[in-house]
Design a protein around this ligand. Structure first.
Ligand SMILES: NC(=O)c1ccc[n+]([C@@H]2O[C@H](COP(=O)([O-])OP(=O)(O)OC[C@H]3O[C@@H](n4cnc5c(N)ncnc54)[C@H](O)[C@@H]3O)[C@@H](O)[C@H]2O)c1
Length: 328
């Protein structure tokens, strides 16, 4: 059976999913919505029966869709999800879920009440290296983790603005926060130190911090720091290092390095995690069985809340307890 799929947002990440869907049997993209009609039309031309729209409700009323991809920038979440949920359509939404915590908390309740299949673009979970790390960690004790997203600034205009992307920790480094949760456990408390050093002088309209470190306490006793910068003219380290009683695991999108007392072993990543993520989502919708989805909306809310707490700590200069934050 051919599955009819719609897209809301047709920028960079939408293109990556579309390239994958083009090779997944039975997946047919039939509708594209973007506030920029020329973008939607350009993508629609690549598919035999696709139509382009600028209004989400018009697209959803005009077509019958089995699944929707929501690939809008962080500040544009809310209305697309609500329109899709109202019509009971399963969806894959890109991270981050929003730039605040209210919208995802409202959305998750609606998803639960409709029992909808969802997937969130935390594609690192689908890396073979991450799966191997997860199995190695099952018989060792982890003490601490150091995470990184050290590089330059993406030049899409919304990224540099706090009220566009939410800042680097919410927009990019959220992948590493999610990896920490997935491999090490839940976070109880965060404290952020951050600053604007270079990019606000270099790129007009920049309001986001360009350096920052977030210190975290996990509820199993582990401690972690996750640092990020977007001021570097060269991409540097992106990943998570986990220190355990049997050695160190270095995880990056390129693979997994295991450093033990008598061994160094390296696994070079062979899988395209975006492809696996898309294939798993499409199969889940086709079969009605979400078991293989590694990151659904409900779980992703927890990752998102940590990044919101980190931003709150940046503003107040005080540590933030996740439990206390969720009570507010
Ligand atoms: N999982 C990943 O590794 C990954 C990688 C890149 C981007 N992303 C995420 O995907 C999202 C989009 O990023 P991008 O790089 O594609 O951005 P982009 O700027 O290239 O594209 C966003 C598109 O959404 C459109 N848009 C904006 N508001 C809209 C609305 N209300 N309705 C419909 N369309 C709207 C814009 O016109 C644009 O075409 C971001 O949240 C980003 O964090 C995830």
């Amino acid at each position: 059976m051919t599955m009819k799929i719609g897209f809301i947002g047709t920028g960079g990440i939408a293109k990556a999913h579309l390239n994958n869907l083009a090779t997944i049997e039975g997946a047919e993209v039939t509708a594209f919505c973007d506030i920029d009609l020329t973008r939607a039309e350009k993508e629609a031309q690549q598919w035999t029966e696709a139509k382009a729209y600028t209004d989400v409700d018009e697209m959803l009323d005009d077509t019958t869709l089995d699944a929707v991809y929501i690939c809008v920038p962080p500040m544009a979440h809310g209305a697309p999800e609500n329109a899709v949920i109202e019509r009971g359509i399963p969806f894959l939404v890109e991270k981050p879920l929003a730039i605040d915590k209210r919208k995802p908390n409202e959305i998750v309740k609606k998803i639960e009440s409709k029992k909808l299949i969802t997937s969130v673009g935390y594609h690192w979970r689908y890396l073979e290296g991450v799966q191997r790390a997860s199995s190695l960690l099952s018989d060792r004790k982890s003490g601490m983790a150091l995470g990184y997203w050290m590089g330059g600034m993406p030049m899409v205009p919304w990224w540099r603005k706090k009220d566009g992307s939410g800042g680097q920790f919410i927009e990019q480094t959220t992948h590493i926060v999610d990896l920490l949760r997935y491999l090490c456990g839940e976070v109880d408390e965060v404290y952020t130190a951050c600053s604007q050093r270079v990019m606000h002088e270099k790129v007009e309209g920049t309001t986001v911090y360009d350096v920052g470190t977030v210190t975290m306490k996990l509820n199993n006793g582990m401690v972690a720091t996750i640092s990020n910068t977007c001021l570097s003219p060269v991409g540097h380290k992106v990943g998570l290092d986990i220190y355990t009683d049997l050695g160190v695991l270095e995880i990056s999108s390129a693979g997994l390095k295991e450093i033990g007392p008598n061994l160094i072993s390296e696994y070079k990543e062979l899988k395209n995690p975006y492809f696996v993520e898309d294939e798993v989502f499409i199969n889940a919708v086709r079969t009605g069985d979400p078991t293989n989805i590694l990151s659904d909306y409900k779980d992703s809310v927890k990752t998102h809340e940590i990044t919101i707490a980190a931003n709150e700590s940046a503003e107040t200069g005080k540590s933030v307890s996740l439990k206390e934050m969720s009570r507010l």
